[in-house]
Design a protein around this ligand. Structure first.
Ligand code: SF4
Length: 977
């Protein structure tokens, strides 16, 4: 029977009728992603006993009864809501679907959300604590008990603390769980040992926003935008991908135009109204040409610029020849970017000047409803990449599209970080292995340089934890990591907290199994629209059994094997480090309800939800639940909506007692409220000399909240960059990339390596079989013109890609979806296991042989991935064997001297693979890797040379874990750090 096409109007009428009928029954109406009630979600009133018919039993009606328990996805940073379908008969999770109660994801997920079931049931996962039983990397393990592991680690850490070796303890985080949790644990130990993955991820993007706003993330209101300007692939893999993608889709349905800058034809670019494929590294030049157009045609928001830019500081510091008036600033502004014509941007980017002008007109027409975003992409690829996001925000700031409907917000106003039950003080030490003096303005820890710092003899690690992190595989220069991780003089004890075996865990001394998204606790809140929400990740079987009245006191009681969760682990470990409380650590892990007893996660979250989340206690009470019970039942709570332009808010008189106005207009007050937490990142200027905190900024005679920058305004001119040795980059500008055409040899092209596929994430997704079947390889994208030039005849032919420190051999994909002169290869592929080691992820890991001669390393593939016997019959059905190539091993470290971001793009030579070369071959010279490290280090301006005040780093800049003010002082000659 032919299907009748239903008009949108008719659909709307049906939805309205369904809504009325549902609400008449006293149930919540969920229109569902397709806006048709048939696709709706289970009403939350029925989450205790939701009935579905078994599809496998058809045509008989075999009813399955489920308890629906919410949690939060852990497969990317978006923290979308999931609903676990817990079979009431078996007590096991049958599947995961979206949680309609989650305000960010609104019931929707990408493929990686429901694929969580594959990770939970993965036959290759780690179920028990393991200890190395042979030499490091030898692949021999013995199962031990948690007590044994905890006692051994606690003794090491206690010794390091009591012997004054606090800087020998480090916890290196890949995917963070709860904001600030690990930081607080380390602070309770008095250790500055937090390390992150951020400088191989988003530091470039963050730094550009931070220098402008004092806040390092943008929060675009895509849903209400008229024009959406993306330097990313947001519809498939960008930051807050699914929550943002669905709002971009809504905006498009309402007529919004989408502009995408991406050198390759991403899925996002394929949906754009304007797809610009620039020469990598030229993105800031395009942004400046658009900004210049706005300035020259005087289509910027004059009043916004006058009131909110720190132009007066700029004139005072840099143009003493003119009066400090807005008119004088405008006259200078008119000339500042005059060289950034469309013709200049066209020459840099390779995109026609006419196209750029057309795009600039579209941007100009958006007014205050321009939403913009850049996170990784160009900001993560290039020397000076942080200027990509800084120049992008220049466009928003010119249009006044800041915290407007359809504009771009600072993230802190659309995110909520609750105060926890205990807040330890700032540690009094400074970790130079993570925050070295050469990078005083680094956005985050210089994590990827750790092997080189250890080789330099800058320190050693007694106990080094990684958690949800795979440094050998994720970072550039992984073989230098392998060299230090196998050197027990440099790393005394290496502990991997991980759900799955990976390339780094194979070198660990202890491998401790941690839970997936449905097996651990965390809270989350991210900026995904103009509102604030908090979501709860939880062990769903624990919540299900508690809902049935059982008492569960330890997450291991419900998880498979002896899989644990980190929060209980850290509390237990802290308790064992300081069993009698003599070190002052235990107090931060004790119960308030029962002093002297260990804090439980139920009390930890019960206190947080009852005391720190506005509106939640009342909402829970209305249903006769405690705040914790409410969150365990529904998983997410919207705190507020429509934050609006917080910077415009007048500061209440009560906060202005003893107020003092600095020259910049910054107002400090003794009555300013204390920050909500001294451990989570809070971008705010330090107190003035009288100890008063910044409370606002004087604007046209009124004290307004402003921005958490030194000036309280948007910093067009960064006093921080100017004052810390980089005055030439204090304004939004254009830095020519290390892969600018002028820096490439005639036979080199740019390798773009910063993109990922929508269905894979760094390491753990390889243990989700559905995702592996969807995406398992990473060919090198090559334009047909380049393929002809390189002598590569067909897609699938092997190519050799030569970097500064080695080469890899991969398959070619000849496509017009990439700019000529540029090749591209996605990361997240090329997983490997050493012969004889644990299987890891059978469907995605090739077995390799690794050999070394001096600094020279070679990796060759011994066996591809393929079918195998396991408890899961699907592993016998693996039909693919091409799992791609691990390109990151062949990249030297390239830290931007300002942001600290690893500049991922590579200058490479591409040629047909030679005789005897095979797919997956890798060769690396770690001696050359040392040379690359030293060359980039030479570009830095160390704090000892540029610090204006004798400190290591501006105190106002964010740091995930801030040490005490005293620890910021640069060490004097011969002093301990
Ligand atoms: S976007 Fe996908 S992977 Fe990321 S949190 Fe949402 S469902 Fe999970």
């Amino acid at each position: 029977m032919a299907r009748r096409k239903v008009s949108l109007d008719e659909l709307g009428r049906r939805v309205s009728a369904a809504r009325a009928a549902t609400e008449a029954r006293g149930e919540t109406f969920y229109p569902g992603p397709s806006r048709v009630h048939l696709a709706a979600f289970p009403p939350r009133q029925r989450w205790d006993d939701w009935v579905e018919l078994s599809s496998r039993a058809w045509p008989s009606r075999d009813e399955r009864h489920y308890m629906l328990v919410p949690t939060t996805c852990f497969n990317c940073e978006s923290a979308c809501g999931l609903l676990a379908y817990v079979d009431r008969e078996t007590g096991q999770v049958r599947k995961f679907e979206g949680n309609p109660e989650h305000p960010g994801s609104r019931g929707r997920n990408c493929a990686k959300g429901p694929a969580t079931i594959g990770q939970v049931t993965d036959p290759d996962r780690i179920l028990y604590p393991m200890r190395r039983s042979g030499p490091r990397g030898g692949g021999r393990w013995e199962r031990i008990g948690w007590d044994e592991a905890l006692d051994a680690l606690a003794a090491r850490i206690r010794n390091a603390i009591t012997e004054g070796r606090r800087n020998e303890i480090m916890v290196h985080i890949g995917r963070p769980g709860e904001d600030g949790f690990t930081e607080r644990v380390l602070a309770s130990w008095g250790v500055d040992g937090h390390n992150s993955h951020t400088n191989v991820c988003s530091s470039g993007g963050r730094a550009g926003f931070q220098f402008w706003m004092g806040i390092d993330r943008p929060s675009p209101d895509h849903a209400n935008a008229k024009v959406i300007y993306l330097i990313s692939s947001h519809l498939e893999a960008g930051h807050y991908f699914n929550p943002h993608a669905q709002r971009i889709t809504e905006a498009r349905a309402n007529g919004a135009k989408v502009i995408v800058l991406d050198t390759r034809l991403s899925n996002t670019a394929s949906h754009a109204d304007y797809w610009l494929a620039p020469q990598p590294g030229s993105e800031a030049a395009i942004n400046l040409a658009i900004a210049n157009h706005l300035i020259q045609t005087r289509r910027y928001d004059r009043d916004f610029v006058r009131r909110w830019w720190n132009w007066a500081d700029y004139l005072s510091a840099c143009h003493r020849e003119v009066p400090v008036t807005f008119e004088a600033f405008e006259a200078i502004l008119a000339g500042l970017y005059a060289e950034f014509t469309f013709e200049f941007a066209a020459a840099e980017s390779g995109i026609g000047a006419g196209v750029l002008e057309e795009v600039a007109e579209v941007v100009a027409g958006a007014g205050t409803r321009l939403s913009t975003h850049n996170w990784r992409s160009a900001a993560a690829g290039n020397l000076g990449g942080w200027q990509v996001s800084r120049t992008l925000f220049l466009i928003s700031a010119l249009l006044g599209a800041v915290a407007t409907e359809g504009g771009t917000f600072p993230n802190a106003w659309n995110k909520f970080v609750p105060r926890p039950i205990h807040v330890p003080p700032h540690p009094g030490v400074w970790q130079e292995l993570a925050w070295p003096p050469e990078y005083p303005l680094a956005q985050n820890e210089m994590s990827f340089l750790l092997p080189h710092f250890l080789k330099d003899g800058r320190g050693r690690l007694d106990t080094y934890f990684i958690r949800v992190y795979n440094p050998v595989w994720t970072n550039p220069d992984g073989l230098s990591w392998m060299e230090v991780l196998t050197d027990e003089d440099k790393v005394g004890c290496f502990v991997a907290l991980t759900p799955t075996w990976n390339e780094s865990a194979w070198f660990a001394d202890y491998v401790l199994p941690m839970g997936h998204a449905s097996e651990r606790h965390d809270t989350h809140s991210y900026e995904q629209y103009d509102g604030q929400w908090i979501a709860f990740r939880q062990p769903v079987l624990r919540a299900a059994r508690q809902r049935r009245g059982e008492s569960i006191t330890d997450t291991r009681q419900v998880n498979p094997g002896e899989v644990w969760e980190e929060n209980e682990f850290w509390i237990e470990l802290s308790w064992r480090i300081d069993p009698d409380g003599a070190l002052g650590i235990r107090q931060y892990h004790e119960s308030r309800e029962q002093p002297g007893r260990k804090l439980t996660v139920d009390e930890y979250y019960g206190w947080m939800f009852a005391h720190s989340v506005p509106g939640l206690p009342e909402r829970a009470a209305a249903e006769g639940l405690s705040p914790l019970e409410w969150m365990r039942r529904y998983g997410a709570f919207e705190i507020s909506r429509g934050q609006g332009a917080v910077y415009e808010a007048e500061v209440p008189a009560a906060e202005l007692a003893d107020a003092h106005q600095a020259g910049s207009g910054r107002v400090y007050s003794a009555a300013a409220p204390a920050p909500s937490s001294n451990i989570v990142p809070v971008g705010a200027p330090e107190p003035d000399q009288a100890g008063r905190r910044a409370v606002g900024v004087m604007v046209d005679g009124v004290v307004r909240r402003g921005f958490p920058t030194p000036s309280g305004r948007l910093e067009f001119w960064s006093s921080t960059l100017a004052g810390w040795g980089w005055p030439e980059h204090a304004l939004p500008g254009y830095i020519r990339s290390h892969v600018h055409p002028s820096r490439l040899a005639a036979d080199q092209v740019v390798l773009l390596s910063t993109f990922r596929l929508p269905t894979q994430i760094h390491t753990r997704s390889a243990n989700a079989k559905w995702l592996d079947e969807l995406a398992h390889t990473n060919p090198v994208w090559i334009h047909p013109a380049d393929a002809a030039r390189f002598g590569i005849a067909r897609t699938g032919d092997l190519v050799r890609v030569e970097t500064q420190i080695g080469h890899f051999v991969a398959k070619a994909w000849i496509t017009e979806g990439i700019r000529p002169g540029v090749v591209a290869c996605s990361h997240h592929m090329g997983r490997w296991r050493l012969d004889g080691g644990p299987r890891g992820a059978g469907g995605m890991m090739a077995t390799v042989g690794l050999s070394r001669g001096g600094d020279g390393w070679r990796m060759v593939r011994q066996a591809p991935a393929g079918p195998y016997e396991s408890a899961d019959p699907d592993t016998r059905r693996i039909w693919w064997n091409d799992t791609g190539v691990h390109q990151n091993l062949t990249f030297g470290v390239q830290p931007d001297p300002i942001s600290g971001m690893h500049c991922w793009h590579q200058a490479v030579r591409v040629s047909p693979a030679g005789p005897g070369e095979h797919h997956g071959d890798i060769a690396v010279d770690t001696g050359k890797a040392r040379e690359v490290y030293r060359r980039w280090l030479e570009q830095t301006r160390p704090a000892g040379d540029v610090s204006p005040d004798g400190t290591r780093r501006p105190r106002w800049l964010m740091r995930p874990l801030k040490p005490s003010a005293a620890a910021y002082a640069l060490p004097t000659e011969g002093a301990e750090p």
